[in-house]
Design a protein around this ligand. Structure first.
Ligand SMILES: [Zn+2]
Length: 275
């Protein structure tokens, strides 16, 4: 088997306008490519683990013109082209804020292979983090029109939707999106999905507070003030993450202190960083 998947991270890191509005809670904007490139990096690893060959059509930091991206895939004879994006509506958090997942294929391809691949990926994308599923649509985008293979463009959320903007830099969301793309691609090509046997990226690493103030940690997986075991200041934390658990829809890290005692602390990137 030799199936070649071309992976496109959408834009350069500094491509103008391809970013969220200013987010006051984190003091900056998030660039679209921060999300796209992380998903491509993870998806690339996942696909290789499953036995695919891959081609990164724009591994450079600067913005590679769309024609070069598609030429690279065409020249390599890729079997499918996957373009990873994050959507934008009006570039503002004020006013209407549509949200959710969309996938695109070239007009007329909804009932062809590209449409089947898009539905396969979309079927997994809608299973993860609860988001509005906007479906598979048609659009005359360069990367869909100028590619000589099956091509799908995905938008895994909206940069100008306040909640979805913050999701962009959550490693667990990036990873989930990559896994969902990989599963959809595997199903389409009839390849069993194999998760990498590597342990999760955060296990064994240090977590510390980036919160200005006192950050709660808990004696059990709970957000209840009854379960608060103590507080950490900014720059302080725990030397070892042992697991990540979902507590009422939000993740906590199960951690150990220097004596090996277990505690729980938020896994939100707004409050903590893993080092
Ligand atoms: Zn984009």
């Amino acid at each position: 088997m030799s199936i070649l998947i071309a992976l496109d991270d959408g834009h350069g890191i500094n491509t103008p306008t391809k970013r969220t509005p200013f987010i006051s809670s984190i003091g900056r904007t998030i660039k679209e490519n921060e999300f796209n490139r992380e998903v491509v990096r993870r998806l690339n690893n996942l696909l290789k683990t499953c036995g695919f060959h891959t081609l990164l059509v724009a591994p450079e930091d600067k913005d590679i013109p769309l024609s070069i991206r598609t030429n690279r895939a065409n020249r390599a004879g890729a079997d499918a082209y996957i373009s990873i994006h994050y959507n934008a509506y009006d570039g503002q958090f004020s006013g209407d804020n549509p949200s959710g997942i969309e996938l695109y294929v070239y007009p007329g391809h909804l009932n062809k292979d590209a449409g089947r691949l898009a539905h396969s990926i979309g079927g997994y994308l809608k299973q993860g983090t609860k988001q509005h599923y906007r479906g598979v649509k048609e659009a005359d985008f360069h990367v869909l029109r100028e590619t000589s293979m099956i091509a799908v463009l995905t938008e895994s959320g909206f940069m100008d939707h306040p909640k979805e903007a913050l999701l962009m830099r959550e490693p667990m969301f990036q990873n989930e999106v990559a896994v969902e793309h990989a599963k959809g691609i595997c199903d389409f090509f009839n390849i069993p999905f194999k998760a990498s046997s590597k342990r999760p990226w955060y296990v064994g690493r240090r977590v510390e507070s980036i919160y200005e103030g006192e950050l709660r940690f808990y004696s059990q997986p709970s957000w209840d003030s009854q379960a608060v075991a103590g507080y950490v200041q900014k720059g302080y934390g725990f030397p070892r993450i042992v697991d990540r658990v979902m507590v009422e829809g939000h993740n906590q890290y199960k951690v150990e202190n220097s004596k090996g005692l277990p505690f729980y602390i938020t896994a939100s990137e707004t409050y903590v960083k893993v080092t």
